[in-house]
Design a protein around this ligand. Structure first.
Ligand code: IMP
Ligand code: MG
Length: 202
């Protein structure tokens, strides 16, 4: 591909929310993509300022939901960073989180003596993050902080210390920007509420 073509392709406008909404009418916009991008930028810049005099932090993304947020966030952080992923499942017979949490994929790197920032899509009951933080703490990082894009204060069961939070949202099931319902909707560029869904599903 010629370089000029690549430049033109990269600058192509992102499809706007209205066009996505027409294709996904069951999803109601809660946080539009412009608001989301502005807040992610603010968070990234704040985090970069907080870490600029420290050794490069390790961003730990929680798969799969945090992927989109992590990718945008770190590109708003003009400091050296590295990143790694964990995958965690909270499962049980019910649709609500059972409180039984299991590590499906561990970090590839050692975190001893490193500044670790856990990046999560949403803090709901807090069970997933409190399990993960307890596990990571046993590995003696230099520091351990949490950045979550969304938080549902009404649902929190376990206190989790959050250092950076994008938005507090009401107790509604949300999708988009990495968050899924049955593996769908992760690619929406905004956060939306899925209408017509009974109860509480993860
Ligand atoms: P917690 O352990 O209850 O805090 O649950 C956190 C995990 O549940 C998140 O990482 C998400 O994967 C999932 N989750 C919680 N609320 C929602 C939601 O509204 N939409 C999509 N996924 C959610
Ligand atoms: Mg999920």
């Amino acid at each position: 591909m010629a370089i000029e073509t690549a430049v033109i392709t990269c600058h192509r406008e992102q499809m706007d929310d209205a066009l996505w909404q027409a294709r996904f009418p069951e999803v109601q916009v809660l946080i539009d993509s412009a608001t989301l991008q502005a807040r992610v930028r603010e968070l990234g810049e704040q985090i970069a300022r907080d870490y600029e005099s420290a050794n490069p932090p390790l961003l730990v993304g929680v798969l799969k939901g945090s992927l989109v947020f992590l990718a945008d966030l770190m590109r708003c952080m003009p400091i050296p960073v590295s990143y790694d992923f964990v995958a965690i499942s909270s499962y049980g017979a019910e649709t609500r989180s059972s409180g039984v949490v299991r590590l499906l994929k561990d970090l590839d790197t050692s975190i001893a003596g490193r500044h670790v920032l856990v990046v999560e899509d949403i803090l709901d009951t807090g069970l997933t993050l409190s399990y993960l933080l307890e596990l990571l703490r046993t590995r003696n990082p230099a520091s351990l902080k949490v950045c979550t894009l969304l938080r549902k204060p009404a649902r929190q069961k376990v206190a989790v210390p959050v250092d950076y939070c994008g938005f507090d949202i009401p107790d509604q099931f949300v999708v988009g920007y990495g968050l899924d319902y049955a593996e769908r909707y992760r690619n929406l560029p905004f956060i939306g509420v899925l209408t017509g869904i009974e109860g509480d599903i993860k």
